[in-house]
Design a protein around this ligand. Sequence first.
Ligand code: S3P
Length: 433
Amino acid sequence: MDRIIQPARRISGGLRLPGDKSISHRYALLGAIAEGETAIRNYAPGADCASTLRCLRQLGVQISTRKAAEAQSEEVVIAGCGLQGLHGSQEALDAGNSGSTIRMLTGLLAGHSFRSVITGDESLRRRPMKRIIEPLTRMGAAISARDGNFPPLEIEGARLKGVEYSLPVASAQVKSCVLLAGLLANGKTRVTEPLQTRDHTEIALAQFGAEVERGRRSTTVCGGKPLQGQKVTVPGDLSSAAFFLCAALLFPDSDLYLQDVGLNPTRTALLDFLSGMGAQIKLLNLGETAGELVGDIHVTGGALRGGEIDGELAAALIDEIPVLAVLGTQTQDGLVVRGAEELRVKESDRIATVAENLERMGAELEVFPDGLAIAGKQPLTGTEIESYGDHRIVMAFAVAALAAKGETRIKNSDAATVSFPTFFEELERVAER
Ligand code: S3P
């Protein structure tokens, strides 16, 4: 479906974001191999996290939903099967559009002594999997893939052995895949990453009772130790909040309040980066749930300087770069992004899809193999946007449309449901025209 977005004058009001996608996947996967029941409140409502539940059901896990006791919301309830308690599926598992599902679940499948096939949609079937095949093979699994790299993956699980593994790419999905496999392996598994990436797996492992030790850039898990089911609440997704924060920052008169957002320090580089450009952002009501920091965010509009993203910052902002690129066109000095080659292997080649759509809107920019340079103070014109079925491209350009002259048509806008099914309703609620 296409969606037409009209320009806006300001962003105001309050909203509560859907549950964090990264944390939801992890709670579901750990709940499935824990002992006893896991109840997850505010489980992410998007298609990606539904893919994780669908695959787990296919592997014999009982999953239901029920009304949460004192809240209005529902909770996802998972009857844990215990370590190595999943059952093989005759049918191929379908991870849909979700890189997190295929990469992290393959870690668990590698440690179960049955054969599995896992695949996904057209976009997922183009995404690199060698990065997980390599460490899992070292641990003792046999995995074959199209051209040795792409889904479908055929996994012959085995009794794994613990390894010491240094990640060649900064990827929380790969780190998590190896740590989850490590839970099912003999002995200890130690993963070292080149740059700090989101640490939700490490936090959730401790919460579910795994034996886990953390160093500066390395984490060690001890295999064969049973996990305990938990009652957990997922904080709001800061990467979804990013679209609203950037939308608010397009207009000097904006005033937006976001409630109960996840503020894990490995995710909040966005807030520091925006503040560094001059944004007025206040954090309130800080608290903690299951080891994850949570709080409210109050943002008001105002002029922004430009900024540069490189190296460690590129890894920390990886999901927010498309909407930051949009915002960059409206800053004083623009935005330079380098060291972000991982963007090329996301749901779309996000360097190419951001560049193409900014150019369609009349912006000028320079494209590098690992990033973009976008001048500031560039007027945008409403036009047709090619989303390539990528949820973050849909949402980033819905934000761009608010600052454009004339209306913008976003093709295949339904892709937003991958992470944020109510995105357009919420955007219309806070956009003043
Ligand atoms: C995620 C990690 C990131 C991110 C993705 C979610 C996760 O991917 O882009 O949206 O939940 O671990 P990589 O780890 O591949 O960079």
